[in-house]
Design a protein around this ligand. Structure first.
Ligand code: SAH
Length: 249
């Protein structure tokens, strides 16, 4: 298990308001009112767009407004950090667009009153979604199979000091037995089938949200509820995620 840093679960407000250190984090031309990317107004605008697109879970919108997405993307791309677009994060992988992140987390939380308990994320990538999840769950276990990205996520997340995020390097297709059972499991990579380990490690009453290839060969968002009577599977809209791969690299 990853070591837990002994910090409180909150954003470092002082650092968030400090002047940007990298030249690339200068105010974006697309924000003509002179709002730097460190300004929460930039994120509030993104949240308003998400709400206009139909996202409505207040806890998810709050989390999306809190996490500074520009801290997770390459300096050449920071000006696009709050656009509704997916962005490359290195090693051929991408950070999902905000709308998709919010949609999947809203599905995870559906019917839950407060925060979720332990959540397992497959595909840490740059760590952005793990940071968002840290606001809506008591504990987040996030697995990445590419060492380079696992380390990048660790570096990206250091700034936020999220004591409830546990980054793991390994094959997420095997889940993470030590943290099971999970109130929710979310995958940022899509496979042909849902790995059995995920279904086994999901708590009764828990929900899994993952892109999966369906009968027509296209990827769709799959929701699986583990009920006392068994698994209930729902296929939702078409999506485009990077492939789920076995093993580590
Ligand atoms: N949630 C991420 C999105 C990353 S893209 C973010 O916010 O940036 C999906 C990630 O899934 C990629 O980094 C890819 O390497 C990873 N991945 C694919 N198959 C995996 C597996 N079996 N175990 C763990 N990670 C996997």
């Amino acid at each position: 298990m990853a070591q837990r840093p002994g910090f409180p679960i909150k954003l470092d407000k002082k650092a968030a308001n400090a002047p940007a250190k990298t030249p690339a984090a200068k105010p974006a031309p697309s924000h003509p009112q002179g709002l730097g990317l460190d300004s929460s107004a930039v994120r509030q605008r993104m949240v308003q767009k998400l709400a206009a697109q139909g996202l409505k879970d207040p806890m998810v919108l709050q989390a999306m407004g809190a996490v500074e997405r520009h801290r997770f993307v390459e300096s050449a791309l920071v000006n696009q950090a709050y656009e509704d677009t997916s962005l490359p994060i290195g090693l051929g992988q991408t950070i999902s667009k905000p709308n998709v992140v919010a949609r999947m987390i809203e599905l995870l939380r559906e019917g839950t009153a407060g925060k979720l308990g332990r959540v397992l994320e497959i595909g840490t990538g740059c760590g952005y979604q793990a940071a968002v999840l840290s606001h809506i769950a008591t504990e987040v276990y996030s697995i990445e199979r590419l060492k380079g990205l696992h380390e990048k996520a660790r570096a990206n997340l250091r700034h936020f000091r999220l004591a409830n995020v546990h980054l793991l390097f390994g094959d997420g297709m095997l889940g993470y037995e030590k943290g099971a059972p999970y109130a929710a499991i979310i995958s940022a990579a899509g496979g042909e089938n849902l790995p059995q380990a995920w279904l086994d490690q999901l708590a009764v009453g828990g929900r899994l949200v993952a892109p999966t290839v369906t009968v027509n060969g296209q990827q769709a968002l799959m929701v699986v509820d583990k009920t006392p009577q068994g698994l209930k599977q729902t296929v939702l809209e078409a999506v485009h995620f990077v492939p789920l791969k076995s093993g580590i690299s």
